[in-house]
Write a protein that binds this ligand. Structure first.
Ligand code: PMP
Length: 354
């Protein structure tokens, strides 16, 4: 740390992204990326947009906002486009949390919530998941805090139904409830239709997973007009050109190729079912994941050891050295071939342990 670093950040522990190694080619099952390339329509649109890079991007994201609005049956004023959904989460912490509106989220969830809360000096409560890693809805009723829930949750992949989320919304009418739907396209049920019923609901989604655009950095938030206007106030006060023009164009392109996205999501779900069934045969215990990852542990091998042995064999998964989940690994669902390679490596590792 330099002697110039602001005192208010001195104790900040930044978020640790999953490894992105460049030194060797791994089968990458550690950051929940799509195994499929971006849509051809996205690539073409981005290439065309590159011809105009001398100009700033459209700060209103007009065309893309209209396209997203059309897809989700909302008005363009009910959506904000952002530089990856991490950005809208950050905006939500800035817009809807402070000392009198502390944040609350599960103890096991997306690690960035805690980092954002600490970055902005916002008090927060981590509400324990039940022993089976489910969210206990009762624990969130009337807590008078700004609530962040990933649905499906990460890294467990477990879901709440929209009816359960409605109970949380009704139980906290004076607080914003943020439902992070980064993984919703792989079998979850979206809460977007509820935004017209609850003015305190903000739903966030991303182009990083189901739309194969993690490297382009594009996400969005959907909520009632006033909530979205608050987020725009934060956006225009930080980075009005937060979405670059190539990404904006690529986003528009993939939204015009919904069949491609749907097909890829279906394949991921099939590959998940295949891998879960095979891992079960090998003795793994897993949560019922509705995301593009599997959360698994094996009674005969520690999570950290399995992670290391897979890495030695060229397969990267994500291990969290954290209480309650250190026995587990989070394994991204890749192509069928990648899943077969994973299973083969796991078989060898378990055989060696005998
Ligand atoms: N929410 C959750 C639960 C995530 O796992 C991620 C991906 N790391 C994000 C949000 C952010 O994704 P992105 O910024 O790529 O949209």
């Amino acid at each position: 740390m330099s002697r110039f670093f602001s005192e208010k950040f001195a104790n900040l522990t930044p978020y640790t992204p999953g490894e992105q190694p460049r030194e060797r080619r791994y089968i990458k099952l550690n950051t929940n990326e799509s195994p499929f390339p971006p849509s051809e329509k996205a690539l073409q649109a981005a290439a065309e947009a590159a011809n105009n890079l001398q100009l700033y991007s459209d700060p209103t994201c007009k065309m893309l906002a209209e396209k997203v609005a059309e897809r989700y049956g909302i008005s363009p004023n009910e959506v904000i486009l952002v530089n990856g959904s991490d950005e809208v989460l950050n905006f939500a912490f800035m817009a809807f949390c402070d000392k009198t509106h502390p944040a609350a989220f599960p103890d096991i969830t997306y690690g960035f919530y805690k980092v954002f809360a600490e970055l902005h000096g916002i008090p927060y409560e981590e509400i324990p998941l039940r022993a089976d890693f489910s969210v206990s809805v009762e624990d969130y009723i009337g807590i008078n805090k700004t609530i962040f829930i990933a649905n499906p949750n990460a890294p467990t992949g477990k879901t709440l139904s929209p009816a359960e989320i409605e109970r949380i919304l009704v139980g906290n009418p004076d607080n914003v409830v943020i439902i992070d739907e980064a993984y919703v396209d792989f079998g979850g049920e979206s809460c977007v239709p509820l935004i017209h019923k609850y003015e305190n609901l903000l739903v966030t989604q991303t182009f990083s997973k189901s739309r194969s655009m993690a490297g382009a950095r594009l996400g969005f938030g959907i909520g009632c007009e006033k909530l979205v206007a608050d987020l725009h106030t934060i956006r225009y006060s930080t980075n009005p050109y937060n979405v670059n023009s190539m990404t904006m164009a690529a986003g528009y392109g993939v939204m015009c190729d919904e069949a491609y996205t749907q097909k890829n999501c279906q394949t991921v779900c099939e590959n998940r079912a295949f891998a879960v069934a095979e891992l079960k045969k090998l003795g793994f215990e897993m949560t019922d994941s509705k995301a593009n990852f599997i959360f698994a542990r094996h009674p005969a091998i520690d999570g950290g050891e399995l992670y290391t042995k897979l890495k030695e064999r060229g397969i990267l998964v994500r291990h969290f050295e954290k209480p309650r989940i250190s026995e587990y690994n989070r394994i991204t669902v890749g192509s069928r071939r990648e899943m077969e390679a994973l299973l083969e490596a796991v078989r060898q590792i378990l055989e060696e342990k005998k």
